[in-house]
Structures are given as C-alpha cells and as structure tokens.
Design a protein around this ligand. Sequence first.
Ligand SMILES: [Zn+2]
Length: 476
Amino acid sequence: MKKSSTKFLLTVTLSALIGVGIGLGISGTDAGRMIDERKAEVAGNLASKFIASQSEHDPNLKVKTVAKLHHIPIEVDRFQENIFRASGVANTFLIKTPEGNVLFDTGLPTQAVKHKRLLKEAAGGDIAYIVLSHSHGDHIGGLKFWQAEYPDAKVIVHERFAEGQRYLKDLEQYFWNRNRTLYTFMPEEPPKEGSMFAYGGINGDIVVEDGSTYEFELGGVQFQVIPTPGAEGDDNLVMWIPDQKALFTGDVFGPLFPMVPNLFTLRGERFRDPVAYINSLDTMVDLKPEIILPSHFDPLTDAAQLQSDLLKMREATRYIHDATIAGMNAGKTLWQLMDEVQLPDEINISQGHGKVSWNVRSIWEYYSTWFHFESTTELYTTPVRQLYPELAELAGGAEPLMVKAEEQVSSNQPVKALHYIEMVLSSEPNHKSAYQLRLQALKQLLAHAYENGSNFSETGWLKARISATERDIAAL
Ligand SMILES: [Zn+2]
C-alpha cells in the first residue's frame, strides 16, 4: 500500500475512533462504565500512536518545542511522596491524602482513561476534588471519565471557565479547520456531540473569582487554588500546596519554561491580556515555589533556577508590553514596532512557542483594535488584493512582476517576493513558475524562522504552506 493511501486510511480510522465509533456517552452502571473505558483506552492508544507517527521531530528546530509532546510515553511517576503524575501530551496530577485524593488537570480525552487506570493502580483512594487549570481540551478532556466513577468529586474552576468553554465550543469547527491546516492528520470534523471524546459540557461545583484564593484542607494537607489569568486564557488557575512549596501551574507558562508568552495563537483564539499575565507571574514569583509541576512536560525542581526563570518571564513580558506602549505613544507604526522591539540579552528567553513580534502586534491590537489609523481603506471592505488583477495588467502582465519577484528572492527578501507572486497569481492562477518561486520564498522564510527562535507555530505554518505549494505544482 502506498504511503498516502495508508495515511488516508488511518485518518479515516482516527476520525471513526474519536468521532463516531465511540459515539455513546459513558454508561451509568459500573460494568458498562468499565467496558466504555476499555473501548476508550483502545481507541485512545491507537489515536496517540497515529498522531505520534505523523509528528516526527523536526531536526532543524533549534529549541525544544511542543513537537516532542506527542512522543511522551504514558507512565506514572511520583514526586515528594504524595504527588503522582501521569505523563503524556498533557499531565494528570493526583495528590494523595489519607482522606481522599485531589486531581489537578485531567489530560487529553484520548489519553485520559489510561491516566486514570495507571493513577488508580499507583495511588488508590477516592477522588474528593478535581481542579481544572483552564478550559482547553488537553486539560479537561478526562473529566467525564473521572466523574463517571467519582460523581461526588467537587470540580473547581475559574469564574471565567464557563465563558472560555462556551466560546471554544461555539467556534470549535473554525479552530479545528485552522488547526487542520497545520496538523493535516486531524479528521475533518471534531468529535461528535455525545462522543466520550467530545469537547465541553463541564460545569464547575466551586468557582474561584479573580483576586480571591480558594483554600481547602483534605487529610491534613492544605491546598490553595489561585487565579492566574492572562496566559493560555483568562480562566487560568494554579494550585499551591504551601507546606510542600509545590506549585501546579497547568498551562500558565505555556508548554515551555521559561518562554516568551504566547499572547497570540495561529488558530485565532482571542487576545490574552498582557498586564493580567504580568500580575499572574508576580503572584507566582511571590510564592517562591521549590517545585513547579506544569501540565506539559516534566516537573522542575531546582528552586533557584525556578525563581530566576520566573523573573525572566515576567521581565520579558513587561519589556515587550512597555516597549510596545512607548512606541504607540511615540507615533511609531505597528510594522516598525514589530521589527524594532527585541528582548535584551539578559532576558532573551525562548521564542519556541510565543514570538516577540507577534506579541507586539497582539498587545497593540489588544489595546487599540484592528484600525491602525494608516489608511481610510482599512475601514471598508475592499482590500488592496482586490486590485491585484488590474495592477498586474497595468504592470504589463505576469512576466514583469515575476522579474521583480525573482529579484526579491535573489536578494533574500521573501515577504516582498510573496507580495509580487500574489499579484502574478491573481491574474494567472496557473502560472507554474510563480508557484516554484513561491516555494523558494517560503523556504527562505523557513530558514529565517529556524535561525530566529524556531517558533513552532511559524515553522509549522511555513511547512504547511510549502507542502500545499508542492501539491499545487504537482497538480499543474
Ligand atoms: Zn495545554
């Protein structure tokens, strides 16, 4: 069987597995629940294996990125005696006490049943509380499996969790389509309503308001659930065990630590508040944790390093924010600021996930919306691209524009080249050498991206565009 048809078959299988095949809710009876769990675990294992095979590590990436997440085996390990972690794309943490256990995050829906089975084998005991760090699917996906067995467990969420879940559900197909551009192995449709792997439908029992801390005690262990909005969403919570100086951070740092925060997502989630984020980092700096247990990748235990990395993240975020504001007040354009704002060496942290220039734009538009005050045309529905066919004609057709595009590629100006190529293709959509030149320009951009921080979203987008262009050329 050819590789492409294998992939097609597997994608269809993945779709059947996560979308339709597991189309029933979780059974009310114990025996039924166990059968459902077994089905979900088998389907989940196949899905995880397939996704890992489709996301091979890119050897050109110069920094650690989320690409590695899909290759993390699902295992349980233990920290500070009472903390158990089930690993995977996202972690599920279980904190054991003599009077029952607390969960922090529940992992991906396709990995959650295995997490649950392994954590039960390792720790045993009832579940009294489940804290959800925020409304993203890779943190809440396992909740319904746990709730099916422990319906009395109290679910703790942020006051804006419901709204986060609401808009992510309302725009699910839209985000899914955008993600599929980057991750072509994804099925066409998200899991159907009623599937065990479907997103949403979670109601919190305890809602934590911004500015307050929810404290509880269980089996002699004190727990504090603290709102830390601004990062992966405005509904972020972290959990602090003061006696153990252990901080469960969910996704508040993003998947890497330390990194330039991801105030912008390619899939188009709404803006993330930079100042709330700086305040949240302040809150965590003040706690002085000795161990940080993030919901992606491994716990971090070097206390001095943690504190210095937390401070670097806060200072880097503050620097990008303040430099953007100063530039706006000084009358600089957005494009100037995206070029100019650079982190000083001492806080030049990873851009493997968040990217400075994209954060500059996000901060600008967070405060000032999309009207950049540059042209009246911004306010109306005629983008300059609509004029490209006429401009191409005025230029004398595709060929003079191709000459300009080639000059730009030769002088390593791939973005300028792409503008010319878009003009060419607007008048001659089957111009084969335009596609070939587009391929070269995209490869130049990808090389720049590897040289400048290896941002995962940027390299992912460019690789997707390169593949699409190669398909276009083959089809001509
Ligand atoms: Zn996450």
